[in-house]
Design a binder for this molecule. Structure first.
Ligand SMILES: C[S@@+](CC[C@H](N)C(=O)[O-])C[C@H]1O[C@@H](n2cnc3c(N)ncnc32)[C@H](O)[C@@H]1O
Length: 249
């Protein structure tokens, strides 16, 4: 698989857009607060957002004081939405595959990416390209699906449940087998790459990054109790993994 983009599929795009428009969703309640909590001060910084999607983060980076934001994404539909709804004088949206970031001639103080690296085949190679794009002391903050989540191959239920449907525990199979996963999720044949936690860490170290912080998604008991159908499984497994890295030299 190379540079696939399911986000230009009408059904997938509409499902993605409508899930994000609900006030209570995994991104707004879990992923984004953790990601933003790991960002450094953005004032006066040049920011690159890889896989900027509909541009919500880029807009916030601009409002948080970034000098400039370059948002790149492969999907025309996502970029069209970003340009229509999340534009600003200091934001540029550009159609580009993350695999091609080595064609960018600028360097950045901060690189971010939210839930995009699930789609890259060569994770270590991408990390090396990103490292080259960064100034000395620049910071790289990103999230992706947790490897416990991408280990799924569609052949079994994600949870073992009681007779009344309560999630007893999360199921895991073939975690150690890395590579392409093709499953029926929202659309038939949704594709992403599974890799282990150690592969992520070693990909970052191999590119020359210092890992400053790693987090796994967490949620309060109160939110789980309030929305059990949506968030009940979050006690059993972290949906997302997050890293903050620095380029020291
Ligand atoms: C889960 S969405 C996240 C969007 C945005 N970062 C956010 O958090 O709202 C994944 C994004 O990755 C983009 N994407 C997928 N493959 C890509 C690739 N090879 N290069 C660049 N962007 C890609 C999709 O178009 C989509 O916008």
């Amino acid at each position: 698989m190379s540079k696939q983009n399911v986000y230009d599929n009408n059904d997938f795009f509409e499902n993605f857009q409508s899930s994000r428009s609900n006030d209570v969703n995994f991104n707004d309640c879990i992923e984004t607060p953790i990601l933003f909590g790991m960002l450094p001060d953005l004032h006066g910084k040049k920011v690159l957002d890889i896989g900027c999607g509909m541009g919500q983060h880029a807009k916030q980076y601009s409002e948080m004081g970034a000098e400039s934001v370059l948002g790149i994404d492969l999907s025309e539909k996502m970029l069209q939405y970003a340009r229509e709804h999340n534009s600003s004088d200091n934001i540029v949206y550009q159609r580009m595959a993350m695999e091609d970031v080595d064609t960018i001639s600028e360097t950045f103080d901060i690189v971010t990416s939210s839930l995009v690296f699930d789609y890259v085949e060569d994770f270590p190679g991408l990390m090396r390209k990103i490292h080259h794009l960064m100034k000395k002391d620049a910071v790289f903050v990103f999230s992706m699906s947790h490897p416990i989540v991408t280990a799924w191959d569609g052949a079994y239920d994600r949870y073992t449940r009681t007779e009344t449907g309560e999630r007893l525990y999360a199921n895991l199979r073939n975690y150690c087998k890395e590579g392409l996963r093709r499953v029926d999720w929202v659309v038939n044949g949704y594709e992403c790459y599974h890799r282990t936690v150690s592969s992520l860490i070693n990909g970052l170290i191999g590119a020359g990054f210092t890992i400053e912080e790693c987090q796994e998604a967490h949620l309060s008991d109160e939110m789980r109790a309030r929305y059990p159908a949506l968030f009940g499984g979050t006690i059993h497994r972290p949906e997302f993994i997050f890293f903050r890295c620095r380029k020291n030299n």
